[in-house]
Design a protein around this ligand. Structure first.
Ligand code: GLN
Length: 472
């Protein structure tokens, strides 16, 4: 059920927040044992909030799942890592949580994720496996895999995720739900545990486009506590969402329909584009020539920032402390050795290397230059088109453990989502039918809409039109 429908039911007196919270907790017990989307939840706190819910508020009494890297007062915030399991409880609310609470929402449940948001399958969670509710042998995508899986499974009405290189859009695509990454700076990062600060954004995973707009409306806006927050007014996203696509110029980048993309994904996305054309959209071929360098650029920049951000997890400032260290250096060594999983260590090593003297210019500075070229590609493209459409991921969800020795395959599959983060533009994933893949006859496919800086309004409008199409 969507948030909008639930809100109507509250207002009509058909159900109450207390009833819904209790039912949700039961559903988590019966269904989530199989899916594993929730790391924890606190029903007592939620029931107290439900009893006091003000239904006249825009999100009054609506429960929202929270990715476990967004601080919520009094709750755990493990980031999917062993490092933070034992002794970290948030002592403050992230700005997005303050905003949700002020509008009446009830943050409920901590959603599983790849450790420190590094990954595309939620397989890098050090705490538990999450499966894809559309086929439990498969990954839900990642890193916001718990958020996407819970919405797809009906164990959450909506959830927050974070997206550094695709971590909202790709799991949304794999699970058949809606996922929105806002413009960099549109939503405050204050209280989000940083992975790569120049790329991270918080956004919603929902069952409908209207719900995505509702949550974006709630969490967007200037925050003096985040120095990269944009001090510009937030438009009313409801105003243009239903206006349709007549006359809208849609760019289709040739670099996004490349070798390696699964035929079913390509077919569904092309069918979506043709149907939008039939509704009056103008389809224009475009080129984003630096796309092929996006993955390499991202993995240099994101790892560099991660190696710096994660230095605070040392067993002294944050994280579990090793038991019997010989001295302070040994304490750091042991705590980090035991605390971090192998993917996180790989990124820290890579990031430290590209920032080290003698290599800095060859890797980090160079990556920043390519980042500027990728941004310029989009600027040029958006002079001729209003939005860009592409696939979200080259294939539907793969099987769990099928990439264990080959991390590079997962890195390469980020090709369509990473450019939006590098350029700081908004992008979203909307369900685009299903396809047969690798022994499964029906797996969700996502279509991606990319819009210019602060173009969330037109992006949602196209997304809403896509939601109404009839797709394979
Ligand atoms: N898959 C990408 C990575 O592993 C993106 C992660 C994200 O957006 N948090 O870095």
């Amino acid at each position: 059920m969507s948030l909008v429908t639930l809100r109507r039911q509250y207002r009509n007196g058909e159900t109450t927040p207390s009833e819904v919270m209790a039912r949700l907790a039961d559903t988590i017990v019966t269904r989530d044992t199989k899916t594993g989307a929730y790391l924890s939840h606190d029903l007592d706190v939620a029931l107290k909030a439900a009893a006091l819910a003000d239904l006249s508020k825009p999100l009054g009494g609506l429960p929202i799942g929270i990715k476990d890297n967004i601080n919520t007062l009094g709750q755990p915030c493990t980031c999917g890592s062993k490092f933070l399991v034992k002794n970290y409880i948030s002592h403050y609310d992230a700005t997005v949580i303050v905003k949700l609470k002020n509008l009446g929402a009830i943050p409920f449940g901590r959603m599983n994720m790849d450790e420190f948001a590094m990954g595309s399958a939620t397989e890098n969670s050090a705490l538990q496996t999450t499966s894809n509710p559309r086929d439990h042998a498969r990954i839900p995508g990642g890193s916001s895999g718990g958020s996407a899986a819970a919405v797809a499974d009906g164990t959450a009405f909506a959830a927050l995720g974070s997206d550094t290189g695709g971590s909202i859009r790709q799991p949304a695509s794999h699970c058949g739900v809606v996922g929105l990454k806002p413009t960099y700076g549109r939503v405050s990062r204050y209280g989000l545990v940083a992975f790569a600060s120049s790329l991270d954004q918080i956004g919603p995973l929902t069952s409908t486009v209207d719900d995505a707009a509702l949550i974006l409306q709630a969490i967007a806006g200037y925050d003096p506590q985040d120095s990269t927050s944009l001090d510009v007014p937030v438009p009313d996203y409801g105003v243009e969402i239903d206006l349709g696509v007549k006359g809208i110029r849609i760019g289709v980048p040739k670099e996004y329909f490349c070798e390696g993309i699964h035929s079913g994904v390509q077919k569904n996305v092309e069918s979506g584009i043709r149907q939008l054309e039939a509704l009056g959209a103008v389809i224009l071929p475009i080129s984003l020539p630096h796309t092929e360098h996006a993955v390499a650029t991202y993995y240099v920049i994101a790892s560099a920032e991660a190696s710096s951000n994660l230095s605070r997890f040392d067993g002294i400032r944050y994280g579990n402390r090793a038991d019997n260290p010989a001295d302070i250096i040994d304490l750091y060594h042991q705590s980090r050795e035991l605390g971090f999983g192998s993917e996180v260590k790989r990124r820290i090593i890579l990031g430290t290397y590209v920032l080290s003297s003698g290599y800095y210019d060859a890797y980090y500075t160079r990556a920043q230059k390519v980042r500027a070229l990728i941004t310029k590609d989009f600027k040029r493209a958006f002079e001729a088109v209003d939005v860009i459409i592409s696939p979200v991921a080259p294939t539907p969800a793969r099987k769990i453990n099928s990439c264990a020795d080959d991390t590079l395959q997962d890195y390469l599959a980020d090709i369509f989502t990473i450019p939006a983060n590098l350029a700081g533009i908004p992008a979203m994933s909307v369900p685009c039918g299903t396809t047969a893949f690798d022994g499964s006859d029906s797996l969700p496919v996502g279509i991606q809409i990319l819009a210019p800086h602060l173009g969330e309004g037109i992006m949602l409008r196209v997304a809403k039109a896509i939601e109404g199409l009839s797709l394979p």
